[in-house]
Design a protein around this ligand. Structure first.
Ligand SMILES: [Ca+2]
Length: 189
């Protein structure tokens, strides 16, 4: 027997149908959030039951060039935010993919400069590091503001550094150096 529960929610899919992966499931009261699709399509599903109504939702769609990607496979590589050291733009989503070519080595990520818009819980602009390279999982760290973060040493040889900015306010961005070092953990592959 299948039981279905109906209530008010908004679901955002990263593609053109409900078959695509889910970017977000929203309900309750949310002030403002920014979501990025991986391509040029988005599917939004709003479900309402017969019990209780509220004022609903309002969203703004913007389309932007996604031209700040990078692949890092050389030790000592420097990664900077777009336009660094000038202010970065709004609505950016940059994935810097770190692949360590040497077996047994991992990434050491050092922050030289760091100045991002600082919203609560880093819900505005942020740098996230996904250790293991899967952006569908929770990031290992999520950074914003202007305090220089400590170095990050990965457990795996595949890391994604994701920088996103929202619709307003910017800092001068970041400068990061990625070094490949011998793994500190026995599980390193
Ligand atoms: Ca911002």
């Amino acid at each position: 027997m299948v039981t279905q529960y109906y209530f008010n929610f908004l679901k955002i899919f990263d593609g053109n149908s409900t078959e695509a992966s889910v970017l977000a499931t929203l309900c309750g009261s949310i002030k403002r959030r920014t979501f990025f699709t991986s391509g040029n399509e988005v599917f939004i599903m709003f479900t309402a039951d017969q019990n209780g109504t509220d004022s609903g939702f309002e969203g703004v769609f913007t389309f932007h060039e996604d031209n700040c990607h990078g692949i890092i496979n050389t030790t000592g590589s420097l990664v900077t935010s777009p336009n660094f050291p000038q202010k970065y733009g709004n609505f950016l989503k940059c994935d810097f993919v770190v692949t360590v070519p040497d077996k047994g080595k991992v990434s050491e990520i050092n922050f030289f400069k760091f100045d991002l818009d600082n919203k609560e819980h880093c819900l505005g602009d942020s740098v996230k590091i996904f250790d293991g390279g899967k952006t569908s999982t929770f990031p290992s760290i999520k950074l914003c503001g202007s305090n220089l973060p400590p170095s990050f040493i990965s457990h795996s040889s595949f890391v994604i550094i994701r920088f996103t900015s929202d619709e307003a306010e910017a800092g001068s961005g970041f400068q990061i150096q990625v070094n490949f070092i011998s793994g500190l953990y026995p599980s390193v592959v």
